[in-house]
Design a protein around this ligand. Sequence first.
Ligand code: ASP
Length: 325
Amino acid sequence: MVKHVKVFATGGTIAGIAGSAIAADYKAGQIGIDEYLEQVGGLGLDAELSGRQIANIDSANIGPAVWNEFHPAIVAALGDDQCDGVIVTHGTDTLEETAFLLDLTLPPNKPVVVVGAMRPADAVGYDGLRNFANAVRVASDPDAAGRGVLVVMGDRVFAARDVRKVRTRGTDAFRGFPRESVALVTPASLDWFGAPWRTDPSAQFGWCDDLPEVPILYAYAGMEPDALACMVGEKTRGIVLAGMGEGNMPEAVRQELVQLRRGGVIVVRASRADEGLVDREPEDDANGFVAARALNPQKARILLQLLVANGITDPAAVQSAFDGR
Ligand code: ASP
């Protein structure tokens, strides 16, 4: 039976135009969803597609305004008997943040796939059609349900919690950590590694259209504690440290963070390393800090925002959310 897939378009390079097949510079978010679906129609995909333009912007500009617009629309699509799966087209720069936010706030009952491209639509070697055809393949597969939000890039399928952008050039720009890809995909094939893992049919967190303020503090050699003063204000509810190595920081910065923690700000130690895994250390108990485990700083921030928004602020409860898969 032909599957019905709803496509929510937000822009990015997948909808970008350079004006030349070989130009280095281009503008993201130029092609509208109707024009895009017309092009895709020529691929002969075995699915019925309908589209909605949510935004048409570079994903550097994606944030709560766009999220608040498409989240209810996706929830409605997932509750619609006529819809078998959802695709979100997105710029690759912040794709991992949007994918993880959706992963934490959507029920896993139907496939939701986020897809982008590294080359604009008129560039030689445009990867956006192939990635999109792969995304349709995943979004049409009932076996993709129960795996949370999935990201399709470069013939691989990643879980939203694992995926990260690791390169700024080339079509092989994403990888998963600590779990690599969860499936291999082409427009004609889809091979899953293992069974679906989401057994609870409900969303992990309630949606919040006013996410709390949680800045990311990037640690560096020679850092002074006054670096914190410019980013922490009255409304700050949490801080994610992009720490050195396994979530480390200069001693003077640690002392400042402990003071903030005592004032009620939640402090999460993540790592600035590419494949940072930050485990809990004995000092975390005394400091009142939380370890981000395998989440990179930008994803740790999303999780912490949702925890605070849902009233989960006790460090032990926050830690168990970071420990969970
Ligand atoms: N700057 C673009 C964006 O994130 C990059 C891309 O889509 O690959 O919108």
